[in-house]
Design a protein around this ligand. Sequence first.
Ligand SMILES: Nc1ncnc2c1ncn2[C@@H]1O[C@H](COP(=O)(O)OP(=O)(O)OP(=O)(O)O)[C@@H](O)[C@H]1O
Length: 315
Amino acid sequence: MHRATLVVNASAGRRKDLQTLVHALTQALEQSGVQTTAVLTTAAGEAQSIAAAAASKSDAVFACGGDGTVHEVLQGLVGTTAALGVVPLGTANVFARNLHLSLNPIKALEQQLNSEPRAVSVGEARYTTGESEVTRYFTVMAGAGPDGALVYRLLAGKRSKLGRSAYYAHALRLFLTRNFPPFRVKYRTSDGEWVEQRGVSVMCSRVANLGGVFSRLASESSQSESDLLLSIVKPPARVGLPAWFALSRIGLKAQNPWLEEVRVSEFLCTPFETNHRIHAELDGEWVGNLPMSVRLLPKAVLLLMPKNNAAERMK
Ligand SMILES: Nc1ncnc2c1ncn2[C@@H]1O[C@H](COP(=O)(O)OP(=O)(O)OP(=O)(O)O)[C@@H](O)[C@H]1O
């Protein structure tokens, strides 16, 4: 690695020592012979364009922030020759944790300094906002229904001030007060067969541990798989959703009659009624409403993976 860019989310994790930390990260890279540029975001969404501009001038672009920052930086790097690095500065840091990176930013950087970039597959989601067709990529998860609604509510509220406990409080309130209408889920199995199902929630995770109370929901997922693990919670929501959480938590997911878990190459979620507004999220960021289609984009981005841990396990 000769040239690196640090894309720093100035608001991530509510850190007070950000300037000092960015200086220390830059020093650590420079001392290893890596010419380094650090760019701080000034607004939400900016990390994507910073990463895209940095891609042609850098061997690695480090997303310094939480999962939202990784998500934005990823958008700028897919299809380029710059590798994605992660310096965890967020609240949950789900992606960094699943890569077995240290949550100490300097140590995490050091873990990636001498690693060989590996081409990894990412999820690709397509949906419409207004008149525009949008394509976005994800590394942690895609979801629709309650988790989309949850992220949407958190965006509308003061998510940054509340942290992880906000997820639990909002999740509980949503489950108790909202009715989640079923929507159409069409998925294609690895044999190429299309299957149609009704769901009140779908989740497609690319990591094994989503953290906290969500930790057991996606335990069989991983970055290395060449297909997508899709979890469909069947209606009614008032039974299906609590059963999903409770039975997954005590390790009885396979016995849950309201849950279908399938390995798919792609899937499409569509509302049954045009006036049903069903929220969709990617990597914990609300992106819009259904319809949304999702597939896997093979070897789409180079990823700096720490040696002797995630990379070894994925062989
Ligand atoms: N300068 C900025 N001002 C305000 N918001 C920003 C700025 N830069 C980035 N953001 C937004 O901050 C949001 C949260 O960032 P991020 O997910 O990285 O941190 P986090 O929420 O603390 O961590 P995690 O997602 O791991 O819990 C993102 O949606 C991003 O668009």
